[in-house]
Design a protein around this ligand. Structure first.
Ligand SMILES: [Fe+2]
Length: 396
């Protein structure tokens, strides 16, 4: 969330199938690997060991992360890391693995730092003195490999906390689509919608620079043109190509939220955490409603035109984009509303005021082009519960 005139920050990208082999070029001697044991095969483990060994380096697999980590797990793993004294941290897995590695890196380099201090936004000391971090995402969507954020659970309260600093951005993001080929359909769909939401929201963020908008619109277009094939094409070569394009676009969507901010769907995503729905699914579900609310907007109109949508003015283009997004989500297999997602009506309505309160106070909401009132936030959530058609109602 930099201001308009800050330099663009991002990881160094290494892109292409087989690009995991880049590890050998780093010429590091002591590598720790943070991973998800469910997806990291012995073959890949051996490949990483071999790549590090090519420079007479040693490799240790220290943390198998399968869910959102607790603070206590992170501190323990950072202690294990300290005893090995690595100069390279390799994180290979989904968003939780990458987020964990970012925090372990911090506590490895600054063991005395308190968790309280670590959670003060944009206040971390310089990272990368003892070790550099390489992120290898195996899902396509969170963008964690290039974002300044890491999300954790508090073990006692089960509340989510956010660590935020550009120091957390991994030095390298290796975008090797070979790791995405075995992603199950639903994960490809949900995480793809998360990435699409990042791109669309960054493109209209109040702090978005022209460069952010350009990257964001391009990334959104790539995802809209390829996600359906990435999720469900029966032709392996078509699916593999689409997954590769989406993998890159999702990282670029991470770059743009790091350099501006996510928006309304992220501000309104509390029902997801509360009812245990996947984050990407909730983003995709909310996207037509939040896009309609934030419309009309020049970036949405630009994207609509590039999709071949015709319209006489911004409002018409944006409404057609909203309708397009609704149909697109359905094709990807995302529920169109919370009722369809199986959320109980009375339970949802009992929490409505809380959800609306949290939504209007979220940073992502405040940086979106149009700030909803409490009543407007409630209406948006009610529409998203029942599936009322989202309408672009005003000209900004
Ligand atoms: Fe997200």
């Amino acid at each position: 969330m930099n201001n308009k005139y800050s330099p663009l920050v991002n990881s160094h990208f290494i892109v292409g199938r087989g690009s995991i082999n880049f590890i050998r070029q780093l010429d590091k001697k002591r590598a720790v690997v943070i991973y998800d044991g469910r997806i990291l095969s012995d073959t890949i483990k051996e490949q990483i060991i071999k790549l590090v060994a090519e420079n007479n380096g040693e490799c240790r697999f220290i943390a198998d992360i399968r869910n959102e980590p607790f603070f206590s797990d992170i501190l323990k793993a950072a202690d294990d890391m300290k005893s090995f004294d690595p100069d390279l941290i390799i994180a290979i897995g989904g968003g939780s693995v990458l987020d964990t590695a970012k925090a372990m890196h911090l506590f490895y380099e600054y063991p005395e730092m308190s968790m309280e201090d670590a959670l003060v936004p944009y206040n971390l000391p310089k990272l990368g003195v003892k070790a550099i971090m390489v992120a290898i995402p195996t899902t396509t969507g969170t963008g964690s490999e290039t974002t300044s954020a890491a999300v954790f659970m508090d073990q006692l309260t089960k509340a989510k906390h956010l660590m935020l600093s550009n120091e957390l951005i991994p030095a390298y993001a290796i975008l090797d689509a070979n790791f995405t080929d075995s992603l199950p359909k639903t994960i490809a769909a949900n995480t793809g919608m998360d990435a699409l939401t990042h791109a669309l929201e960054a493109s209209v963020c109040k702090t978005a620079s022209p460069m952010v908008i350009s990257i964001a619109v391009g990334a959104a277009l790539d995802i809209l043109e390829n996600l359906e094939s990435s999720v469900s094409s029966r032709h392996q070569d078509v699916k593999a190509n689409a997954r590769e394009i989406c993998h890159v676009a999702a990282s670029l969507a991470g770059v743009v939220i790091t350099n501006s901010c996510a928006g309304l769907a992220h501000g309104f995503d509390q029902p997801g955490a509360y009812f245990g729905l996947p984050h990407g699914m909730v983003c995709g579900l909310l996207l037509p409603y939040t896009t309609a609310f934030a419309s009309p907007h020049a970036s949405y109109a630009k994207l609509a035109k590039r999709l071949g949508i015709e319209g006489d003015n911004k409002k018409e283009l944006c409404q057609k984009l909203v309708d397009y997004l609704m149909e697109f989500s359905k094709k990807i297999g995302i529920p169109s509303n919370f009722a369809e997602a199986g959320i109980d009506e009375s339970m949802f309505m009992a929490k409505l005021d809380d959800f609306a309160d949290l939504a209007i106070s979220a940073v992502a909401t405040k940086l979106s082009p149009k700030l909803p009132s409490f009543q407007e936030a409630k209406k948006l959530l009610i529409d998203a519960y029942y599936g009322n058609q989202p309408l672009v109602i005003s000209e900004l």
